[in-house]
Structures are given as C-alpha cells and as structure tokens.
Design a protein around this ligand. Structure first.
Ligand code: GDP
Ligand code: MN
Length: 382
C-alpha cells in the first residue's frame, strides 16, 4: 500500500526527519487560505500515488496567495499517469542549493534493508540507475543490528556533504530508518533531499510503501488507505475476503489456496498463455464467494477465458461444481470456462460441469492448455 506524500511526511516528521510542514487542500480557495497561513512563497503539489508529478505539471511555485489559488485551479483535475488530482499539499517553498536521493528498501535478494543514496537527486532514481549506476550507493544494513553510525557516515561521505551538513544528516538518516522499521515498510524514500543555500538539510518529497501483509499490525496506517486511487476490483476483492491481484494477461484464474494459485499461473505461462490475475478464493468456495470471484475476474474486459482450479478437501467437489454453475448463470458476461476439480467427489463434480457445458480437465497441464486454446479461440472470434 502506497502512502501519499503528505501522509509519508507526517510519519517521517514524527521520527525527527527535517521537513517543512504543509497544509492539505482540496479546492483553490483552500490552497489560497493555506498560502496565507504559511506565508509566501509556497509550492502547490498534486497528491497522487504516481511519480514524476513535477514533470507532469503537478508541482508549482506560487509567489502570492492569489497565485497559489490560480496554480491550485490548474492542478486540481489534472490527470497524471491516469490518475486525476483531487488533493493538494501546500508547503513553504524552499531554496535549493543541491538535490539528493535518499531511500531505504527491503532488498529481498540481499536479504537486508538497504540504503540507496545518490548525489544525483530530484530525478527518477531508476533513470540514474540506467544511465549512471556509479552515482548510486547501495548499502545493505545488518539484519539484526540495523543502522549503525558508521553506515550513516558512509552515506554522508558518499553524498559529499560538508561537516555541518553531515551533522544535520544523522537525524534524517536515523529518522528515515526508524520510520521504515516502525511502519513495516517495503520502501521509504526522500527525493529530493535538499541542501539550502543556508546549509540546512530538508526532505522536500517523501514516499512510503507499506508491506500489505503487515498492515493488520498497523490499523492507524490502514486508515490512510486512499480508495480513490486503488483498482476497484482489488477493493471489491478485499471486502469479500478474496485474495486478488490484477495482472495484464487474458486468462482469468480462480483457485483455492495461494500456493495452488501461483502454480496455476506458472502452468498457464508454460502453456503459452498470460494470467489476467492471481486469485485465491480461500477455503469453503461457497456459491456466493464463487460468484463474487467470477464478477471480479470478468470486470476486466481483457479476460477471454477462465481457468478454475479447485482442490476439494473438506469442501466437496460436487458442492463447488454446483456453486460454479449457479454463479455462472447469474453473470452479465461469460467467457469459456475450463474447470478442474480434484479431491473429494471429483467424479460427481465432473458430471455436473459437463451437463452445464463447461470444459473439464483431468490434469492441471490439460486444464492450462485448454484455457489457453479457449482464450485464443475467443480472441479470434471477438
Ligand atoms: P515528483 O516530481 O513527483 O517527485 O515531485 P517532487 O516533490 O519531488 O518535486 C519535483 C521537483 O520540484 C523537485 O525535484 C524540486 O526540484 C522541485 N521542488 C519541489 N519542492 C520545491 C520547493 O519547495 N522549492 C523549489 N525551489 N523547488 C521545489
Ligand atoms: Mn520527488
């Protein structure tokens, strides 16, 4: 789950990171009032969960409150990478001497929380990584001890900070690390971290991405979720207790169990297809859940076939098959469905499915191949 800049800054500020407090606004008049309270000049910033807002015209300097109002009117409603701006952050404008990048990521390959730093800040770090990888420091931290003082000094020297700036850098690096750990983040970044002509260090932009699996430990962070910017299908799935992640392919997958769902996706790829989603309906697979899952999958117009892969244990296969047939009858749109049910009462299940004209399969390889073929045929027909 990504947090907006103003939320991310709230968290960083709580951990002692130096930044300029802003005011959130959602109308031009509110932006003007914010600029009056802050004192000009200010920067008016679009709050959307995508990068590159500056380049897209979502970050603008305003010399007076009237100008802040005018800039706000331009930014609200702007579409940045497909997302419409509704919220703004108004902050005091800082004078910038130099821009730096400072981030922490959970690097699974290195099995460590890793500092990423560059004196080539402000721009997208991915770009620097491609064009000038030597300008980036990657420093894995000790998994048990965490951030140590020599790590902080190493980063400060890499960035080329002078002695006074290095002193100011300590609390920022430690604060970023504390915020990262306390919120169970996958990523926390400051881009740009700037030095001012007066020698101050300030975080001008912040982004925190939380680990969704750790969210139950942080109800106060879960409450920061921005539903307006999430995939509607992922919201519907979460509300129904279905584990769902939208992908780019054309073969919808409905599976019980996360591991089986991963395997199913692998086999779809092996058969030459592209999965449209990851979906784990969990235990039980009752008719209402199944129909919600179908509706969520079919909400994606790219889906041209659905592969259902259910392992019946305590749940009886014939019950699941009846659920699928029932659910299918209530759908607005249907596509070919390939259903594989194994386990308890799988023979009865296959009978029910065949009578309802669904494609059945005995093995998972067979099911994947049939789903890919059905999607191809459907794609050709469409
Ligand atoms: P992003 O483009 O979405 O990453 O948005 P940022 O908040 O990083 O802003 C983009 C750029 O706008 C920064 O790299 C700065 O160069 C500039 N900028 C942002 N805030 C200020 C500010 O307070 N003063 C000045 N002079 N420039 C700013
Ligand atoms: Mn930025």
């Amino acid at each position: 789950m990504k947090l907006q800049e103003y939320r991310s800054k709230e968290i960083l500020a709580r951990h002692g990171v130096a930044l300029l407090d802003g005011i959130v606004a959602s109308t031009p008049a509110e932006a003007r009032a914010a600029a009056e309270r802050i004192g000009s000049p200010v920067v008016v910033k679009a709050q959307v969960l995508v990068g590159g807002r500056g380049k897209a015209g979502g970050v603008k300097l305003a010399a007076t409150p009237a100008e802040a109002e005018a800039r706000a009117a331009e930014i609200i409603g702007l579409v940045i990478k497909g997302v419409t701006v509704r919220t703004l952050l108004v902050v005091p404008a800082a004078e910038i001497a130099k821009e730096y990048y400072l981030g922490l990521i959970l690097d699974r390959a290195a099995k460590a929380v890793t500092v990423i730093a560059s004196a080539d800040g402000g721009v997208e770090i991915e770009e620097t990584a491609k064009t000038n990888p030597g300008a980036i420091l990657r420093l894995p931290l000790h998994p048990l001890i965490g951030l140590r003082e020599h790590n902080v000094r190493r980063v400060a020297f890499f960035l080329g900070l002078d002695p006074e700036q290095r002193r100011a850098f300590g609390p920022i690096m430690r604060g970023l690390y504390a915020a990262f750990m306390a919120s169970d983040a996958d990523l926390a970044e400051i881009n740009p971290l700037v030095t001012t002509p007066g020698g101050e260090l300030l975080a001008l932009d912040a982004k925190i991405v939380l680990d969704d699996s750790a969210l139950p430990r942080h109800p106060e962070l879960e409450a920061m979720r921005d539903l307006a910017e999430e995939e509607p299908s992922e919201i519907a799935a979460r509300e129904a207790g279905i584990n769902f992640i939208k992908l780019d392919g054309n073969i919808g997958c409905m599976v019980n169990g996360a591991g089986l769902a991963m395997t199913t996706m692998d086999l779809v790829k092996l058969a030459g297809g592209e999965p449209a989603n990851f979906l784990d309906i969990g235990g039980g697979a009752k008719a209402d859940r199944v129909s919600t899952a179908f509706a969520i999958i079919l909400d994606d117009p790219r889906v041209q076939a659905i592969l259902v892969n259910i392992f019946g244990g305590i749940t009886r296969g014939d019950e699941v098959a009846r659920g699928i047939v029932e659910a299918r009858a209530s759908l607005q749109r249907t596509v070919p469905m390939v259903v594989r049910i194994v386990g308890t009462n799988s023979v009865e299940a296959a009978d029910i499915l065949r009578q309802a004209n669904l494609i059945t399969a005995d093995s998972l390889d067979d099911a994947a191949a049939k789903a890919v073929a059905a999607a191809l045929a459907e794609g050709g027909a469409a």
